[in-house]
Write a protein that binds this ligand. Structure first.
Ligand SMILES: CC(C)(COP(=O)(O)OP(=O)(O)OC[C@H]1O[C@@H](n2cnc3c(N)ncnc32)[C@H](O)[C@@H]1OP(=O)(O)O)[C@@H](O)C(=O)NCCC(=O)NCCS
Length: 191
């Protein structure tokens, strides 16, 4: 079992992938309220509404996953979803999708609440989900991002992703003024 937590501040906690944290839950929550530190952990059913709220602000209208799509992605698909919690609020989420017998996995979606942006949440989530991917045997992380999404592209580049392809009309609807996407990849066989 690997730790999936990347805490900020002085909060010392290690949440395991099965959701347990060696009996330190209460301590974590108290520290979290006082210090507003961040905890990254696996998604729980009770996170669903917060995730949908962030999803709908990140991807307005038809660009967002529907509730059934999101439920499938989070709880039924061969996937891992991590959330960042700060002061008991979900500030962001990321989902990676795995394929059977493949060492390539996809970063399917990542979103940070507007009020929490620019504070490192995206970076921390990306790093944590890559750790989870490595733990599951992934060697190459792959994603598609709107060619007009300069913030996300900057985040991925800074994290070591490179554009390998431009895919015309990848999206049905315009995202950031274009339907085109970049495919980006990163080798994540860290060990
Ligand atoms: C893209 C997104 C996830 C970034 O989350 P975030 O928590 O604000 O990002 P971070 O604070 O961790 O910043 C990580 C890096 O992203 C880049 N970045 C973030 N915001 C940026 C901005 N407004 N302008 C330019 N670069 C930006 C920077 O390179 C930054 O690294 P640095 O702080 O070391 O310079 C967030 O803007 C978001 O949720 N957007 C809407 C949803 C979305 O587009 N998801 C991606 C779909 S593929």
């Amino acid at each position: 079992m690997i730790p999936v937590t990347d805490t900020g501040g002085d909060c010392l906690s290690t949440v395991q992938e099965d959701g347990s944290n060696n009996g330190k839950n209460t301590v974590n929550v108290q520290q979290d309220q006082r210090q507003q530190c961040q905890i990254i952990r696996e998604v729980k059913e009770s996170d669903f509404e917060s995730i949908m709220e962030i999803e709908n602000t990140c991807f307005p209208g038809e660009l967002a996953y529907s509730r059934p799509q999101m439920r499938f992605l989070l709880f039924k698909a061969k996937s891992v979803t991590l959330v960042e919690e700060s002061g008991r609020q979900i500030t962001g989420y990321v989902t990676a999708l795995f394929r059977k017998n493949s060492d390539i996995a996809g970063i399917e979606t990542i979103g940070v609440a507007p009020s929490s942006r620019g504070k490192g949440t995206g970076k921390r989530l990306l790093r944590a989900v890559e750790d989870s991917m490595v733990h599951r045997g992934t060697r190459l992380a792959r994603l598609e991002v709107s060619a007009g999404n300069s913030e996300a592209i900057a985040m991925y580049r800074k994290a070591g992703y490179e554009v390998t392809e431009t895919i015309p009309d990848y999206y049905i609807y315009n995202h950031n003024g274009t339907k085109n996407a970049f495919r980006m990849v990163k080798a994540i066989n860290r060990q």
